[in-house]
Design a protein around this ligand. Structure first.
Ligand code: UD1
Length: 325
């Protein structure tokens, strides 16, 4: 298949591009390289530009006879979205609309969209979140993604394009071969930041919130290895190609770990425990996000390979010790 991957030089996108390349697809990556890295694109052609650039996007869609679009390009940092919501609506929501419009004109058949578990907001404090749960984002990042989900759903309802929307839970880890990983400057993700502390790149880990309604008082998340998440995209594409109907599904393991669990897992892999400083809650952070992954497993046949917190942390740590970019 000919596939356009927006944001394919980024953390998750680059892992998807690697697996698509290994599966023999033709790939065009469109990335503005603001957060992405040229060296992270291991397969296909990289075009440096913006997803909101209609002329450029149309040229790619027509010129390369694109069958499927996988859309990652977005800002993803919750606190940043709280401080600058309009930037998030412009880059995430408006650019998705513009991309959809181009896809409509060019007759693209399949669309895979990166959404996020953050749109569930503070829905539950135990158990698992299924896709039919009422969505209620508590930060502009979540709202910007939810609006995109709805545009895609409404567009596909009356047009000849099918989609899979994947609601990612907490992505972490790095390519087990060590070729690609997360190198975003000023990263905010827990496991990334903790590994930076363990390798001496930061002094300490700030633990945001110890008074959540969870067993140890810290936030609980469903951490998913980036290579398993990448596989979900490849499987979703096969599902659509084989005639699958449009689908919305969670992408997580269905297991919750607290911030303290993550610190413990990391400390078991290093000589000296990392320094941790307890802080008040970070604005926009829900207490608890754990996926019910039934739909993705049943409909798409997704089978995770790295469903183990220590493995996830270990691959992050390996990358942090030996980043390639
Ligand atoms: C991440 C994603 C977000 C996605 C969400 C899905 C990014 C930048 N964020 O957000 O896009 O919607 O998962 O669940 O990709 N924590 C600390 N100290 C730190 C960093 C984090 O204590 O330095 C805590 C947080 O308060 C939270 C947990 O660790 O309880 C996870 O936070 P983080 O890794 O930043 O991910 P999310 O905010 O959940």
């Amino acid at each position: 298949m000919n596939i356009l991957v927006t944001g394919g030089a980024g953390y998750i996108g680059s892992h998807v591009v690697k697996q698509l390349g290994q599966a023999g697809h033709n790939i065009i990556v469109l990335d503005n390289l603001i957060k992405g890295f040229r060296n992270a694109v291991l397969y296909g052609e990289l075009i440096v530009g913006n997803t909101g650039d209609k002329k450029l996007v149309e040229q790619i869609l027509y010129g390369d006879k694109i069958d499927a679009v996988i859309h990652f390009a977005a800002f993803t940092v919750v606190p940043e979205s709280v401080n600058d919501p309009l930037m998030y609506y412009a880059n995430n929501t408006c650019n998705t609309r513009s991309l959809l419009k181009c896809c409509a004109k060019a007759g693209v058949k399949y669309f895979i969209f990166s959404s996020t578990a953050t749109i569930y907001g503070n829905a539950i404090t135990s158990g698992k979140l299924s896709e039919d749960r009422t969505v209620s984002p508590i930060n502009p990042y979540g709202t910007s993604k939810l609006m995109s989900e709805w545009m895609l759903r409404d567009y596909c309802a009356v047009n000849d394009m099918n989609y899979v929307t994947l609601r990612y839970f907490n992505v972490a880890g790095a390519d087990p071969d060590g070729e690609i990983g997360q190198s975003t400057p000023g990263a905010t993700l827990l496991i990334k930041v903790a590994c930076e502390v363990a390798t001496g790149k930061r002094d300490k880990l700030k633990l945001f919130g110890t008074d959540y309604p969870t067993p140890d008082g810290t936030g609980i998340r469903d951490y998913i290895h980036v290579s398993d998440l990448a596989k979900a995209h490849v499987d979703a594409l096969d599902y659509l190609k084989n005639g699958g109907e449009s689908l919305l599904c969670n992408c997580g393991y269905g297991k919750g770990y607290s911030v303290r669990d993550v610190i413990k897992a990391l400390n078991s892999l290093v000589d000296k425990p990392i320094e941790v400083e307890e802080q008040p809650r970070r604005e926009g952070d829900p207490a608890y996000l754990v996926a019910d992954p039934k739909i993705i497993k049943k409909k798409i046949g997704w089978k995770p390979e790295y469903d183990n917190l220590k493995t996830i942390v270990k691959t992050s740590l390996e990358w942090e010790k030996n980043p390639k970019y």
